[in-house]
Design a protein around this ligand. Structure first.
Ligand SMILES: [Zn+2]
Ligand SMILES: [Zn+2]
Length: 487
């Protein structure tokens, strides 16, 4: 849920008189490859006579029908929320809770077509949640995420116990304490684009102990990448290894978690399978520079409430040599902060051209008088972009001083100035208007021919390279055998 909705629900459910209370919320499902999330939309507060507060709380069947009918008219499901004012941490269900939720699970699902979600708010502001199956009963959620300028997560310790920190993490833990570390390392983090900055970000995350880190990229390591791609070798380029495989190798070597769960997705986030995979994660790093994938991530930040840490480097060389300036910027795309379109990072026209494949068409770029995509990149400056993005990630998750993420930040190298960019959400922003719509998001994904061609080329070239390596290996053996004979 958004932090705004969390605040409104707490105001209603945690009463000044200390009694329990109840309300409904509508939700949209958000379906990933491995997990389903109920993205809360709005509260349906009780009208007069629909609930009675008497220490505990009870409510009428007509309240359930009203909330479910309202949700159904918008194509949404409902969540039944109640409070345990004296509770702390993830809450179990009392017999009364179980009986009440069970008795309305079938009715809610019949009216809305979606399973009833039960939620409990403890007095210490911890949420707990479960999804009801009308025959099999409740299934406990893994976590409840509150998303805004901070990401606050209530963890179900039974499903996701906080990992024990390792000796290798002592210095990291000393920065923010065991409890914060346990929160941080349980987040599922996806890095989209493992070029210069992406691979660096992924390595830093696993070094800090984050358990679930995945990388997504469809590209292949080339010789031209070696001046800035951490851990990539000439052999990787010669064997046409995928960037994902090379990043994973570096991540496995760097991880300090006891049981790391690292994954590589050889996909584009613009493909349906890539988008579905992305929905399994709690935070996404956008380390891609093309407008289409950035638009897809920009959308997920609002429609599915997955904060996206975005950043990039722009180098301005003089045409006759030398450098005019370099700037790098970083921001978090999340409810409460403007989206990439409002902050001028992408435009509808650029996204449409990229989706149509026109940005891969040099003839079109020339005849349309467009600037070709910028290719300047410098390994000496890339760590500054990584640092700027990781700083935003720490602000989002650890929130030093209780503050969350700032407005977009931009550093200018020539003048050494850091600007807080005063951008605001535009009226009628379609991305931010779609906040919380989950699977009903307007689709931006489709087949991505450039990704498909890159994967096919790699498979073809890798087969030829592996034949060469096998032959080379045989020659070496024969040469060694001759040397041994001579000896
Ligand atoms: Zn209860
Ligand atoms: Zn916007």
């Amino acid at each position: 849920m958004t932090s705004n909705l969390d605040r409104r629900a707490r105001t209603h459910l945690l009463r000044e008189d200390g009694q329990e209370d109840v309300c409904f919320a509508t939700y949209a499902p958000s379906t990933g490859a491995m997990r389903t999330t109920a993205v809360l939309n709005d509260l349906v507060l009780p009208s007069r006579g629909e609930r009675q507060v008497h220490g505990n709380v009870s409510f009428s069947g007509s309240y359930v029908v009203r909330a479910a009918s309202m949700a159904a008219s918008q194509g949404l499901g409902i969540a039944l929320m109640h409070s345990h004012p004296d509770g702390a941490g993830w809450q179990g269900m009392s017999l009364v809770d179980h009986t009440t939720e069970h008795s309305y699970a079938r009715l809610a699902e019949t009216i809305t077509g979606y399973p009833l979600v039960g939620m409990t708010l403890a007095g210490d502001k911890t949420w707990s949640a479960r999804k009801w199956h009308v025959d099999r009963g409740p299934h406990d959620a893994e976590s409840v995420r509150i998303v805004g300028t901070k990401l606050q997560v209530s963890w179900n310790h039974r499903h996701r116990p906080g990992p024990v920190s390792t000796t290798a993490q002592v210095r990291t833990v000393s920065a923010w304490g065991e409890a914060m570390q346990a929160n941080l390392v349980r987040l599922r983090v996806l890095v989209v684009g493992v070029g210069t900055v992406g691979v660096d970000v992924a390595i830093r995350l696993v070094q800090a102990g984050v358990q679930h880190v995945a990388v997504m990229d469809f590209d292949t390591v080339e010789l031209i990448n070696l001046d800035r791609l951490l851990s990539a070798t000439r052999l990787d380029a010669a064997l046409h290894r995928s960037k994902v495989a090379v990043a994973l190798r570096a991540m496995r070597a760097a991880s300090t978690a006891l049981e790391p769960v690292l994954a590589g997705h050889d996909l584009s986030v613009c493909e349906p399978a890539g988008e579905t995979m992305a929905l399994d994660y709690d935070v996404i790093f956008s380390c891609v520079d093309r407008p289409w994938p950035r638009a897809v991530l920009n959308q997920l930040a609002y429609s599915d409430l997955i904060p996206v840490v975005d950043g990039g480097l722009a180098v301005e060389p003089f045409v006759d040599g030398g450098m005019r300036n370099a700037t790098w910027r970083a921001h978090v795309v999340t409810p409460g902060r403007p989206c990439m379109q409002c902050s001028g990072q992408i435009s509808g026209a650029q996204v449409a051209r990229d989706r149509a494949g026109l940005l891969d068409d040099e003839t079109y770029i020339r005849t349309a008088g467009l600037r070709p995509p910028s290719r300047e990149n410098v390994s000496l400056l890339a760590p500054a972009v990584t640092a700027a993005m990781l700083g935003q990630f720490v602000s989002l998750t650890v929130a030093p001083g209780g503050l969350g993420v700032p407005e977009p930040l931009r550093f200018s190298l020539s003048s050494h100035t850091l600007e807080h960019l005063p951008v605001e959400t535009s009226a009628g922003c379609t991305y931010e208007d779609a906040t919380g719509c989950g699977d009903r998001r307007p689709s931006l994904v489709k087949e991505h021919p450039a990704a498909e061609i890159t994967r096919q080329n790699r498979a073809h070239r890798a087969r030829r390279a592996s034949v060469r390596v096998r032959r080379f290996g045989q020659d070496m053996l024969e040469a060694a055998a001759r040397v041994i004979k001579l000896c």
